[in-house]
Design a binder for this molecule. Structure first.
Ligand SMILES: C[S@@+](CC[C@H](N)C(=O)[O-])C[C@H]1O[C@@H](n2cnc3c(N)ncnc32)[C@H](O)[C@@H]1O
Length: 236
């Protein structure tokens, strides 16, 4: 596959529609949940992603390590030898796969609501099926935590951010890659999805993290960001 078709594929994937009956583009996005993440909604989200796991085109299990989304993570985290790393909403583990390959001494765990997604995670990476709003880990148990295009599905966004910060060690690093609310409506989205205002998520992160900043993100070094993706960096 050449670069153009890969880029096209990734662009499609980033706006992936999941299950047609659940789609809406009309609801104005904000971070307060329109409904709690109760067992019924959690079941609906899990079922949707179990089904989506069969769609390798829109939910791929690999990613080109040269893509900036990966490069930014690798650079910010640095050497991960003997470090514990948590991929929150890991899907099939396309990011964890690269991090593990480039850091064989790292202990990487992928967490996801969907066991069918987790089935695609490589054997070298740990797997945990759980909600990102109730991380089944002790406080201060990870050196690095990241969430790529998954926080948008958390429903209770502030709770998920608080959980990611809770499991980080003091001095630990957190990265979130997700979509900019200014581009809301660009793709069809399931009813529970939220996109983020840059400053709004920075403020949530600052409740628990000392140093927080964000920037726009494109796929490639030589392509200017179009504003769809943002990356937030935080230090506990
Ligand atoms: C768009 S996919 C992104 C997957 C992966 N991070 C990537 O970039 O390839 C979103 C993932 O978040 C997971 N997810 C959705 N809601 C979740 C929740 N409340 N807790 C944990 N995982 C969740 C889905 O099952 C899905 O695998």
């Amino acid at each position: 596959m050449n670069f153009k078709s890969l880029l096209r594929r990734l662009t499609n994937r980033s706006g992936a529609s999941v299950v047609p009956p659940l789609l809406t583009t009309l609801r104005p996005p904000d971070l307060s949940p329109t409904q709690p993440l109760d067992p019924t909604l959690a079941r609906e989200i899990r079922r949707s992603f179990d089904e989506a796991s069969q769609d390798e085109e829109h939910f791929p299990s690999t990613i080109d390590p040269r893509i900036l989304h990966v490069q930014k993570l690798l650079k910010y985290f640095g050497d991960l030898t003997d470090r514990r790393v948590l991929d929150v909403g890991c899907g099939k583990g396309r990011f964890a796969r690269v991090l593990q390959e480039q850091n064989p001494g790292a202990k990487i765990v992928g967490l996801d609501i969907s066991e069918d997604m987790l089935a695609g995670v490589p054997a070298s990476v740990g797997k945990v099926s759980a909600l990102m709003t109730e991380l089944p880990f002790a406080a201060a148990s990870f050196d690095c935590v990241y969430a790529t295009e998954s926080l948008e599905h958390a429903v209770e966004i502030d709770k998920a951010v608080a959980e990611m910060c809770r499991v980080l060690k003091p001095g630990g690093k957190l990265v979130i890659i997700d979509k900019n609310v200014e581009h809301w409506g660009r793709f069809k989205t399931p009813a529970w999805e939220r996109w983020f205002e840059r400053g709004e998520l920075e403020r949530l992160l600052r409740r628990d993290c000392a140093s927080v900043h964000s920037e726009f993100l494109s796929y490639w070094e030589d392509v200017a960001p179009d504003g769809l993706f943002l990356i937030w960096f935080a230090l506990r």
